[in-house]
Design a protein around this ligand. Structure first.
Ligand code: G1P
Length: 288
């Protein structure tokens, strides 16, 4: 039903400078896997085949990562390392990859608008790979189920956040209509805490209808002077049923240094190989 996922990946990654001076933020690893690969794996596990990545200058490593690396595969085959060979090959087999450039840093709404021709006239998903979510059932899968069950026009992942954090997010106003499901009646991008309609924040997973594109073309720059996806979705509220869904899973804001480190520690502790010695190290150093 949802065949395409859009991955905005053109940002400068300024929060991670100097690490991101010459390499894309999306390629920073969680243990041994780039952030964006976590997002692509989630999409794949949710039944999505077409991965549309919005890139910019200096992002070639992303394209190379999802491409076949002939030299590397030939070297691993020669060495007889089947395990690594199939690991490397499986990355380029994860889907069909399409790239479009966001040539100007005009915001998330602008990034999504750049994919209009590739998406065409069908509903699609948007994944912000900064938001890493550890869950039993992939979050996008959970959302597709809600989308189908409620015959929704759009579904946004949402999560309660501390009041003082609301200025970092798009915040919804909604009416609860089911377990974790809200009918959204209004939304605002990065409000002041006293102006926020709730403490339910939009997290970086969306299922959107193709009518989002004309809405994106019509909106004016919003918060931070950027074209905001939140503003375009808000414009759809009169014609589409837009739902917020409190997903099951633990979310890390890997777009900040602290959230990125927390995600790394949490994923590393779960890793069968390095988890136990890492735990031992943390214990010995009295870190935990
Ligand atoms: C974007 C969206 C915002 C959403 C957030 C989730 O903001 O504009 O509505 O709450 O992602 O991570 P950004 O983090 O790009 O500032």
């Amino acid at each position: 039903m949802i065949r395409k996922a859009v991955f905005p990946a053109a940002g400068f990654g300024t929060r991670f400078l100097p690490a991101t001076k010459a390499s894309p933020k999306e390629m920073l690893p969680l243990v041994d896997k780039p952030l964006i690969q976590h997002g692509v794996e989630e999409a794949r596990a949710s039944g999505i085949r077409d991965m549309i990545i919005v890139t910019g200058r200096g992002k070639n490593a992303i394209e190379d990562h999802f491409d076949v690396s002939f030299e590397l595969e030939a070297m691993l085959a020669k060495k007889g390392d089947r395990k690594l060979h199939s690991l490397v090959r499986s990355i380029s087999d994860m889907g069909d990859f399409f790239y479009v450039r966001q040539n100007l840093p005009l915001g998330l709404g602008h990034a999504v608008l750049r994919t209009m021709d590739m998406v065409g006239e069908e509903p699609f998903a948007v994944i912000l790979s900064d938001d890493v979510i550890d869950s039993k059932v992939p979050v996008l899968r959970q959302m597709i189920d809600v989308y189908a069950k409620y015959s929704a026009g759009a579904v946004l992942a949402i999560q309660k956040v501390p009041r003082e954090h609301v200025p970092r997010y798009g915040i919804i106003e909604g009416r609860k209509i089911g377990k974790g499901v809200y009918e959204i009646v209004d939304m605002v991008e990065k409000p002041k805490p006293e102006k926020a309609p709730s403490d339910l924040a939009i997290i970086g997973r969306y299922i959107l209808p193709p009518s989002i594109f004309p809405a994106l073309q019509a909106i004016k720059p919003g918060a931070g002077g950027e074209l905001q996806l939140t503003d375009a979705i808000r414009a759809l509220l009169s014609e589409e049923r837009v739902l917020g869904y409190e997903f099951e899973g633990v979310r890390y804001d890997a777009g900040t240094k602290l959230g990125f480190l927390m995600a790394n520690i949490s994923f590393a502790l779960k890793d069968p190989e390095i988890g136990p010695p890492l735990r031992e190290f943390l214990r010995k150093e009295r870190i935990s």
